[in-house]
Design a protein around this ligand. Structure first.
Ligand SMILES: *Cc1c(COP(=O)(O)O)cnc(C)c1O
Length: 376
């Protein structure tokens, strides 16, 4: 990104321009997280889910770092995401979780991208493409084992099986399904889906199985099958709720102070005066708002940190700015340009997500484009 430097006549090195926010993505931590998951899942192989721009962190940088670490299987959600990546990941296989929109089959085959067939219709279209091109085409068959989102439903399994058995044109790489409650290791839905997946695996005997997401990797070896598909855990999110997070943080976000002030008792703070100062307060206005992906639900409830001191958000989160109460800091601790921690040592992506009543996935995928991003 060249924020503020887009006009040709401005000649400046981006690194010389003070940014309003700094997003640091630790690729070494990502690689260690991959190693941790691969070790946990072995002898199953570990893929990486890099959909939605690798959960907002940069699909190309993330995928390349994982390729270096030995990852050879990458899942995206949409065909366009696979098209953007495939030329940059030599030796790797890209899979499209949502399968193909009609019309993309030939392009997909030509780019050697592997679709996930989520319905009989997608499977038939892919089979027809293979026949038309006179090629054997690889595919993953996804089955719905209890989430009702994507996948071939139980009543269509016999027909899918017949097509798979008689087709010489399909190279069936995996049968696959997705866990709906993998982050809750107490949920009865996990063993129920496992039983259903085992049933599918028996019906499609001889085929490799791909089942576990991040949560599934930590549910036990019976969930690992042949290929695991973690996403959030690679990026430092907790794979299992209510348990200590075994992953390392990958993301750090600091934002700049754009103004400080002291307000008297009774001062109205922010849009719609949703916060009124009860006593004299010191405030800092920070360069982060909902346009940068900060959930507006953090209005009057979230906090940022400076030197380990909690700075509560007061008033509404605006589009480009947010006000925090800095009364707990020494009066000269923050000045114009000082940085405040949004995500880091004192607040994980899971912490800020729970304050905002959402999940770490949403925090990451909404991270804005105005921060200066650095990869280290
Ligand atoms: C997003 C997704 C994953 C990755 O899930 P995490 O919980 O982030 O590990 C795996 N499989 C499917 C089908 C997905 O949609």
């Amino acid at each position: 990104m060249n924020i503020g430097l887009r006009q040709k006549h401005i000649v400046a090195d981006e690194s010389e321009v003070a940014a309003s926010g700094y997003l640091a993505i630790d690729l070494a931590a990502l690689q260690r997280n991959y190693e941790r998951i691969a070790a946990q899942a072995a002898p199953a192989r570990a893929a990486a889910v890099v959909k939605a721009n690798a959960y907002g962190l940069g699909a190309l940088q993330i995928s390349r770092a994982l390729l270096t670490q030995g990852c050879r299987d990458f899942f995206v959600a949409e065909f366009v995401e696979a098209m953007e990546l495939h030329a940059d990941l030599p030796g790797a296989t890209l899979y499209v979780l949502n399968g193909l929109q009609p019309g993309n089959e030939v392009m997909c085959a030509q780019a050697n991208i592997v679709p996930v067939a989520n319905s009989l219709e997608q499977l038939k279209r892919w089979h027809a493409t293979a026949v038309k091109l006179g090629r054997k085409l690889p595919v993953i068959l996804q089955f719905d084992t209890g989430m009702s989102r994507l996948g071939i439903p139980p009543e269509d399994r016999p027909e899918a099986k017949a097509l798979a058995a008689e087709s010489e044109s399909l190279d069936l790489l995996y049968v696959m399904s997705h866990l709906a409650s993998a982050d809750d290791n107490e949920s009865d839905q996990n063993p129920a889906q496992l039983v259903e997946m085992q049933q599918v695996s028996e019906e499609f005997s001889g085929m490799s199985v791909c089942f576990a997401n991040s949560g599934g990797v930590f549910l036990g070896t019976q969930y690992h099958a042949d290929l695991v598909r973690p996403g959030i855990a690679l990026y430092g999110g907790a794979p299992t709720g209510g348990r200590q997070n075994p992953m390392e943080p990958v993301v750090k976000l600091d934002v700049a102070v754009v103004q400080t002030r002291t307000v008297p008792p009774g001062a109205a703070i922010g849009y719609s005066s949703s916060f009124i100062a009860a006593s004299q307060m010191r405030l800092a206005t920070l360069a982060i708002g909902y346009a940068d992906g900060l959930p507006r639900s953090l209005s009057n409830r979230g906090a940022f940190y400076h030197g380990g001191v909690r700075l509560p958000i007061v008033g509404r989160v605006s589009m480009d700015s947010t006000i925090v109460d800095v009364s707990a800091l020494a009066p000269d601790a923050l000045q114009l340009g000082s940085l405040v921690e949004v995500i880091g040592q004192h607040q994980t992506i899971d912490d800020i997500a729970s304050a905002a009543d959402t999940i770490s996935y949403e925090i990451l995928t909404r991270l804005g484009t105005r921060y200066r991003r650095t990869y280290c």
